[in-house]
Design a protein around this ligand. Structure first.
Ligand SMILES: *Cc1c(COP(=O)(O)O)cnc(C)c1O
Length: 404
């Protein structure tokens, strides 16, 4: 029998156990606040993992979605559509890119980037130039190709054989990158800030060295900005904060602010390698997703929103430093804009998840980034009072946990 208010127990019954969701089931969201089935209120600093960049149910996004829903939902790729054209044009105006391929998720955008890199090298040089270099600790998605390029073995265990021609190097290690890149390399793929890997920002010199090596060996520099993109870094894309321009960039997560959409961006000459018939997606570039993405980009690129990200970063960091002065719990507070990580000191290594649970009990949702790091990825327009209240919740949670 179907339950009128399905509960958490039903999850074990009808869902494959690939996630371990919380016992609370949120049913409504508004701005940076969420309410569960029992009407309990939470401040959301998780943002659906850096997705809900304008909070929940932003009125302008809701109206963009509703008006598109009244007009046109889907076409085959035998037709283009106005929202897709407008969004592609806007992405090109606002970034280095000249051409766009739309997808439904981050992993698919990376899959497109990796296939483009192979195909582009194959077009010009041949099959020998197919090697992909990426970093340990990186995360690029859950398809077989993207877990193989990602630098965390646990995501590939049990799924081998993996695609070949992939080399991993330690992140932020210029010498290791120099040793790995050669004339067989078709692409170097990097996150400007490793997200899942623990909120680790690249050194500027590292990204500059990657750019130089790619130029030297005629390989594509691919930046995965799925987590760092769309305003989260304090600029529209993190590569802009580093002033290092990639050949290919992927974006997803915050692009739809919760409506599924991803995109791979590149230049016209490189994009040419995805000639008619080489790649595709049934839903990629559908009018609903693109209409929402267009409005999201329009709002987030406003200077007051981006300036607000930097102001909020400072406010979070100040709170975290005060919490740390009281409890001596963090060894480092790092990140960019509203992608902030707080690494736990030695004594609390491996226990990040416990603090997430404890903070939830105090009324705020936060994330982990690996076993040792607390991650904060709130709405880019979170009100100051919600920042203050959520940091008080974190403080209470830490006090309780430390005194338990
Ligand atoms: C989330 C993420 C992905 C995967 O995106 P999905 O939409 O889950 O497929 C890829 N790369 C990075 C850096 C991410 O943070």
């Amino acid at each position: 029998m179907t339950q009128e208010h399905p509960d958490r127990a039903l999850y074990e019954q009808v869902m494959v156990p690939s996630y371990a969701p919380s016992n609370i089931i949120p049913v409504r969201g508004e701005g940076s606040r969420l309410w569960d089935q029992q009407g309990q209120e939470y401040i959301d600093l998780a943002g659906g993992i850096a997705v809900n960049a304008l909070g929940h149910c932003h009125p302008e996004l809701v109206s963009a979605l509703k008006s598109q829903a009244d007009n046109l939902w889907h076409l085959s790729n035998g037709f283009t559509n106005e929202p897709a054209l407008r969004l592609a044009q806007k992405l090109c105006e606002m970034t280095f890119a000249e051409q766009v391929f739309f997808t439904n998720s981050g992993a698919e955008a990376n899959e497109a980037a990796l296939k483009l890199a192979r195909r582009h090298a194959w077009d010009r040089v041949g099959e020998g130039k197919h090697e992909i270099v990426s970093a340990f600790g990186s995360f690029h998605g859950r398809t077989l190709f993207t877990v193989s390029v990602g630098g965390q073995d646990k995501y590939l265990d049990g799924f081998r054989p993996a695609p070949g021609g992939i080399t991993h190097v330690p992140y932020n290690d210029i010498a290791a990158l120099e040793a790995a890149v050669n004339e067989h390399t078709c692409a170097v793929m990097l996150e400007p800030v490793q997200g899942e890997g623990g909120i680790r920002p690249a050194d500027r010199a590292y990204l500059q060295a990657a750019r130089k090596l790619c130029d030297q060996y005629d390989a594509l520099l691919v930046f995965d900005e799925i987590q760092t993109g769309v305003g989260r870094s304090g600029m529209l894309y993190s590569y802009m904060t580093y002033d290092v321009v990639p050949d290919v960039m992927t974006t997803a997560k915050a692009l739809g602010c919760g409506f599924p959409i991803g995109a791979m961006l590149t230049t016209k000459s490189i994009g040419a390698s995805l000639a008619v018939g080489t790649h595709g997606s049934t839903f990629g570039g559908n009018p609903l997703a693109c209409a929402v993405g267009l409005k999201a980009l329009d709002i987030i690129s406003r200077p007051d929103v981006l300036d607000g990200v930097n102001a909020r970063h400072a406010r979070f960091v100040q709170h975290l430093e005060e919490i740390n002065a009281r409890h001596r719990i963090f060894s480092e507070i790092r990140g960019q804009g509203l992608l902030i990580g707080a690494e736990l000191v030695e004594d609390w290594r491996g226990k990040a998840k416990e603090f997430v649970t404890a903070t939830l009990e105090e009324g705020a949702m936060i994330l982990v980034a690996g076993p040792d790091v607390l991650r904060f990825a709130p709405s880019l327009i979170i009100p100051e009072k919600d920042i203050d209240a959520s940091m008080q919740a974190l403080d209470r949670a830490i006090s309780k946990r430390l005194n338990a």
